[in-house]
Design a protein around this ligand. Structure first.
Ligand code: GLU
Length: 484
């Protein structure tokens, strides 16, 4: 049975790295007919927030990464392995039970060291240039010493007793053979003084109880894996397979961070990227198929994804490629879907489109071809609904040529005489005017475009003019003449 999980710590929004991990788990489950679980790892009491949980769920839904088990949209839990939130599991004593068992077996112990004492250990290790492992006083306390510490009112944590010698290794599905020397590994804390479990402990208990078959996560967790494997061994549990996904770097080769721009999925949504684009783009961060395919149709990734295509070398997050990809996906959208997707951005921009004689869907479709971000669309279609804002550079470059006044008045006359103000007729009239006046087509098209839209670039010219409408076009030609 293939069971995988995405286990975010809700200490912020879902960021690019987390979303990529979620996606690869989801795709793996889809490909092999397995189960995808969403588990919330909120054992960091200081940093976990309910808003982060909500935001992570929202981003997962936006990306359409439907999970089979976990907390569902209505707030209820689905699945036979719950609860799926670690703080709830903690309140049921799930972790304490295994900690007690390991203490009873001598595989874990209570440590009474104070933060100050631990600081001393740290300093000493640094001075002696030794790796920082615990190896301290509480490893072998006598019953008497323990009683004395407790009588002093010292608080204790529970530490795992790491093997002193040998190696811990595994065959990673992406990084191949990985091993660590045990003496370099620390007796890590399993339960904090608050009684709350740490990530390494809670994660192992839950992965085991939830029967996770494959742990697929970022390779920033590679150093946690030997600690977790030792725990599995101590508890006599079967190991899952491990697959550590490559790191994601910014274009400058440093770890992806705020410095490189948006890092959370929600920000990309706001900026006008399609969820299909994000899904496709994230899939290519550290994975490729044999054909190096770049664009995937809906449902295709779910069929083609394979852990074998994952690389261990870092993946580069390239915003230029992301924009290109978004443009490709936008072009592929049916007109109705494009309108649905762009509507929230139009509303948000405050643009009033209600007085339009041309259906909004057609105006949006006109700009679809060249649109890279949904958020830029309201600005691109604005001039259909209100007076154009004349771009000073376009005015200077295109409208100030000596022949322009004659062209604009001539075109105005030609358009005014058109019985039917349709694309083909407008084009024919414009070309006829150019020919009659021995002008090149471009010499006429450019100033007409600037006069009618205020800008030098835009959608296909004659359809654009048809949509602006006859009366309005004539008015704008007059207005442009006053600018010259
Ligand atoms: N809560 C951990 C994190 O967000 C999960 C790591 C794992 O998948 O084991 O990094």
């Amino acid at each position: 049975m293939n069971r995988v999980r995405f286990a975010p710590s809700p200490t912020g929004h879902l960021h690019i790295g987390g979303a990529r991990t979620a996606l690869f788990n989801y795709l793996f489950a889809k490909k092999v007919g397995g189960t995808f679980i969403l588990r919330i790892e909120d054992t960091d009491e200081d940093r976990s927030t309910a808003e982060s949980v909500k935001s992570i769920y929202e981003s997962m839904r936006w990306l359409d990464l439907a999970w089979d088990e976990g907390v569902m949209a209505d707030g209820t839990e689905k699945g036979a392995y719950g609860p799926y939130v670690q703080s709830v599991r903690e309140s049921q004593g799930i972790y304490r039970k295994y900690a007690d068992q390991l203490i009873a077996e001598g595989k874990a112990y209570r440590c009474y060291c104070t933060p100050e004492e631990l600081d001393e250990v740290r300093k000493k290790a640094a001075l002696e240039k030794r790796p920082l492992t615990y190896g301290g006083r509480c490893r072998n306390l006598t019953e008497e010493q323990k009683k004395e510490f407790e009588a002093q009112g010292r608080k204790s944590v529970v530490r795992f007793r790491m093997p002193d010698a040998g190696f811990t290794g595994w065959h990673d599905l992406i990084h191949k053979d990985v091993k660590f020397e045990n003496k370099l590994l620390t007796d890590f804390v399993m339960l904090k003084t608050s009684g709350y479990p740490t990530y390494n402990f809670a994660c192992v208990v839950d992965d085991h109880l939830m029967e996770i078959s494959h742990v697929i996560r970022g390779d920033d967790h590679i150093s946690n894996t030997p600690l977790q494997i030792c725990l599995y061994n101590a508890l006599g549990w079967k190991l899952p397979e491990f697959a550590h996904l490559s790191m994601i770097l910014g274009p400058d080769g440093t770890r992806l961070s705020k410095r490189h721009g948006a890092t959370s999925v929600g920000e990309y949504h706001k900026q006008g990227y399609l969820s299909e684009t994000m899904k496709n783009y994230l899939a290519l961060l550290g994975w490729s198929n044999a054909e190096s395919q770049q664009i995937f149709k809906k449902g295709e990734l779910e069929e083609k994804f394979d852990l074998k295509g994952c690389q261990k070398s870092p993946a580069i997050f390239d915003p230029v490629k992301l924009d290109w990809m978004n443009g490709e996906y936008i072009r592929l959208l049916p007109k109705t879907e494009m309108l649905d997707l762009v509507m929230p951005y139009i509303k948000e921009s405050g643009l009033d489109t209600s007085a339009s004689k041309v259906p909004l869907i057609d105006i949006v479709a006109l700009e679809q071809e060249k649109c890279k971000l949904l958020s830029e669309l309201p600005g691109k279609i604005e001039f259909f609904f209100k007076d154009p804002v004349y771009n000073p550079e376009a005015v200077e470059k295109t409208l100030k040529a000596p022949e322009v006044p004659k062209i604009l008045s001539g075109i105005k006359e030609a358009y005014a005489a058109l019985p039917e103000f349709k694309e083909a007729a407008i084009e024919a009239a414009t070309r006829a005017f150019a020919k009659a006046n021995a002008l090149k087509a471009g010499q006429v098209f450019h100033p007409v475009r600037v006069a009618l839209s205020g800008r030098a670039e835009g959608p296909t010219l004659f359809r654009m003019i048809e949509y602006i409408g006859k009366e309005e076009s004539l008015k704008r030609l007059d207005k442009a003449l006053t600018l010259i």
